[in-house]
Design a protein around this ligand. Structure first.
Ligand SMILES: [Zn+2]
Ligand SMILES: [Zn+2]
Length: 367
């Protein structure tokens, strides 16, 4: 554990230096094509891998303990949440530091003050600091699945679990792989749901970022932050996924989320287009161009986009943001949240009225 904390401190110092000292960035520029850079990149990768290997088991047990004893709530939940977000962000920034062209490094850009970046930073800090938010989020993420898990176990035949069934017949590793595959499928559809006409005002906040950086991952309306984990933790629990699998998957998916929003110059080439998405792939999803609307929903496997006809190849420079929503430029942070929420209520009201109207007209037609 001490080693993990030390690693985090070293990483934070490294990022801080690159953000604050232009001289360091310049030195870094000159070093970029040298052997020293390769050594440095290797050290960064080795450090990330070690951190992941050492961090995940402790993270897993930490989350599990926290989730089981929900009555403890308070500080412990806030700390667990902070830990959950901090570690994947640091890892993503390390990878960016290692791969991205230095002029685009988020650490270097953070200090150039701009409204979009400021909102990203508020969202990140609020998702860490706001206790009610953290408690509710933890309850939605783990509380409801645990509750359902118990209900299912009480009402189903003893030991029923698809995960256990797979584990018995194919082994633990294959069961985990199969469930990761299934979980990415739920993630894909959860994202598509946020793009539906009714829910769009909530998810629009995430897309309103005009600067693309790792913190954009946490730029989410509070309604989305609360409900998103439920969309996939719930079906996974219903299928019998163990709690430690769900916790570890959540940590990994958060790392992937931060990674997806890191520098847009990062492309994995053929791998990014066919096997595992790269930041460029997700940047197209944020593109403000009309032809990119509702494309590249997947946050992990390009397979789902290709299968469901929402894949678009990404190249070159892409401008991000949304059109037709000027309140993101004019309103303060908390009013943006209220405005988006009221737009959701208006959409819900209209949809309900349409449905009732249609039912009424069908009734009249039948008479
Ligand atoms: Zn989206
Ligand atoms: Zn995004």
């Amino acid at each position: 554990m001490r080693l993990i904390i030390m690693q985090c401190c070293v990483m934070m110092q490294s990022c801080h230096c690159h953000g604050n000292l232009p001289a360091s960035v310049l030195t870094w520029n000159r070093m970029h094509a040298t052997t020293a850079t390769h050594c440095r990149n290797f050290a960064v990768f080795a450090g990330s891998a070690m951190l992941l290997l050492l961090g995940l088991p402790s993270l897993k047990s930490h989350v599990q303990d926290t989730a089981v004893d929900i009555s403890m709530a308070g500080l412990l939940l806030v700390m667990a949440k902070a830990f959950l977000k901090f570690l994947p962000l640091m890892l993503a920034l390390l990878v960016e530091l290692s791969l991205a062209p230095e002029k685009r490094l988020f650490c270097a850009r953070l200090f150039k003050w701009q409204k979009s970046r400021r909102i990203d930073l508020y969202s990140f800090i609020l998702s860490h600091m706001h206790r009610v938010h953290a408690i509710l989020n933890m309850a939605f993420t783990f509380g409801i699945p645990i509750l359902l898990d118990r209900l299912i176990k009480n009402s189903m035949p003893r030991n029923f679990s698809l995960f256990a069934l797979l584990e018995r017949h194919a082994g633990y590793a294959l069961a985990v792989l199969a469930f990761v595959f299934v979980a990415t499928f739920f993630n894909y559809w959860e994202h598509r749901l946020w793009h539906s006409r009714i829910l769009w005002p909530i998810h629009r906040f995430h897309h309103s970022a005009t600067d693309y950086n790792a913190l954009t991952e946490t730029r989410k309306h509070f309604t989305e932050t609360l409900l998103t984990p439920l969309f996939f933790t719930l079906p996974l629990s219903l299928l019998g996924a163990p709690l430690e699998f769900v916790a570890t998957y959540l940590a990994l998916i958060l790392f992937q989320g931060f990674m997806n929003h890191t520098d847009q110059g990062i492309s994995y080439g053929w791998i990014g287009r066919h096997l595992w998405i790269d930041p460029l792939y997700h940047k197209l999803h944020h593109s403000s161009a009309a032809e990119h609307m509702n494309m590249n929903f997947s946050g992990t496997l390009p397979l789902w986009d290709r299968l469901f006809g929402t894949y678009a190849p990404a190249h070159g420079e892409l401008a991000v943001g949304v059109s037709g929503a000027p309140h993101y430029d004019t309103l303060p942070y908390w009013k943006i949240h209220l405005r988006d929420f009221s737009d959701l209520l208006i959409n819900l009201g209209t949809a309900l009225k349409d449905k009732l109207g249609r039912r009424g007209s069908i009734g009249r037609g039948g008479n």
